[in-house]
Design a protein around this ligand. Sequence first.
Ligand code: PSU
Ligand code: MN
Length: 328
Amino acid sequence: MLLTASRVFTISKRSFHAYPIAKKFVITPEIKAAIDRKGPVVALESTIISHGMPYPQNVETAKAVENIIREQGAIPATIALLDGKVHIGLTDETLEHLGKIGPKAQKTSRRDLSVVLSQNKAGATTVASTMILARAAGIPVFVTGGIGGVHRGAEQSFDISADLTELGRTPVAVVCAGVKSILDIPKTLEVLETQGVTVTTIGKDNKFPAFYTPDSGFKSPYHVEDPLDAAKSIYANHELEMNSGMVFAVPIPSASAADAASIQRAIDTAIAEARANNVYGKEETPFLLKRISELTKGKSLAASKLDLTFAMLLKLTEIHMLDIALVK
Ligand code: PSU
Ligand code: MN
């Protein structure tokens, strides 16, 4: 399934360019050089490191993902906020630090950036803030596991992730394994449509994936089999100066998919617990993910399968991401 480096496409740059970078940005020399020569760079978020997994697995997984990107001929750019600076690319030391402090780093979405930076706090970036900072640095493609979306019960709580509005206003292509069914998937797809976000499944059919499973039961508006077609649509998005983002969903292969029924049971339990414990807002996603991981770990078989699935998904999304990487 590994694609060769020759399959790393470049997308000619017209309207897509880095903003004049403020002093607040610390970009590793390797990434800076790659951006300057329009080489392939892949942005990665850091909430998944701080809030997604315990130490040291979080650091190990982050490194594994970065290695896959390198093997494919692109440069990984993990983004985080430390000591009042935006770090584009983490060193071994900064990654280790972020991994160790874990949830003590502040989960940082668009509305949090100004406070975290001005107060010199440690901040882990969500999909929304990673898009903003990647775009500023001149990186047009970003890979993650699952994006945020419309929470179940949003008709009462109004809880809709800022990831969706960011996708409507920032021209970064987000490659992911779909949307977890901790969220309301059809409502998420509706909001993405309202925001003008192109949603494309990369695969044989137009099934929109649900992270753990290849088919959420809902359709993707578009699907392409060849990642080159995905790259072409990113190019067209830049040419038209749309200034909106795109979602590319890469389904997990059926053979690796977690058992849908047991995952669904864990999700339902976790959601009921969140309601019973009055967990809302920015705490909800980390709470649900932690509980689902704990609940499925109770059954050792399901647990190892889930962990394996998660690692594989990251790999697959990185690989595809490289495929559709980048700007010239
Ligand atoms: N969905 C997942 N895993 C995650 C997240 C979402 O399956 O780790 C993280 C991402 O960083 C995403 C954020 O951007 O949670 C969304 O949080 P909220 O719903 O609070 O916007
Ligand atoms: Mn929310």
